[in-house]
Design a protein. Structure first.
Length: 180
């Protein structure tokens, strides 16, 4: 008779556990997603990402190369009508930033339009450690930090296109001065 009594309690415990889990799941709300980025796009005729020069495209891109090199950028990719340059910053010992600028020089009339686009990537120092797990039947599991070495690495935490018109105005002013 005691076996029959125990078998009745098992489904009750299972049902109680399931209902508790469902109530906890119902109470938690999923994180709200940010609005889509494309909603902020205006596609206006004015663009801070372009500048006109009275040079041929190849000459305009060479001036862009000199401008970026003069500011400490490392040239990653160089072609006749485009280039990509990178510069690293470390504002704090646990943070690093990479600024990547792409210039594209296209012919327009008797001159060139230089299109510039910059992407800023942020990195943070993250540490991880390994724990050793010990599981004992009937008691449970325990995590112990035995033989664990913590490892640190710079991890990418964000990336965005620089949209600040003042940034591009400073870049194009330097290119214009070097072209004269």
């Amino acid at each position: 008779m005691s076996l029959h009594f125990l078998n009745l309690r098992r489904p009750f415990r299972l049902a109680t556990g399931m209902s508790c889990a469902l109530m906890l799941a119902a109470c938690s709300t999923p994180p709200k997603a940010p609005p889509p980025a494309y909603e902020a796009e205006n596609f206006t005729p004015y663009s801070p990402f372009q500048h006109e020069l009275g040079l041929k495209p190849e000459a305009a891109c060479r001036v862009g190369q000199r401008a970026l090199l003069s500011q400490g950028y490392l040239l990653e990719t160089v072609a006749e009508q485009n280039l990509r340059a990178t510069k690293y910053f470390q504002p704090e010992s646990t943070h690093q930033m990479r600024l990547e600028i792409t210039l594209v020089c296209l012919p327009v009339g008797g001159g060139t339009t230089i299109f510039a686009s910059a992407v800023q990537t942020r990195y943070e120092l993250k540490s991880t450690s390994a724990n050793t797990g010990l599981s004992v039947a009937g008691v449970g599991s325990i995590s112990l930090p035995w033989g664990a070495d913590s490892k640190e690495a710079m991890v990418k935490v964000g990336e965005e296109t620089v949209a600040d018109p003042d940034f591009y105005n400073r870049l194009f002013d330097l290119i214009r001065r070097l072209a004269d």
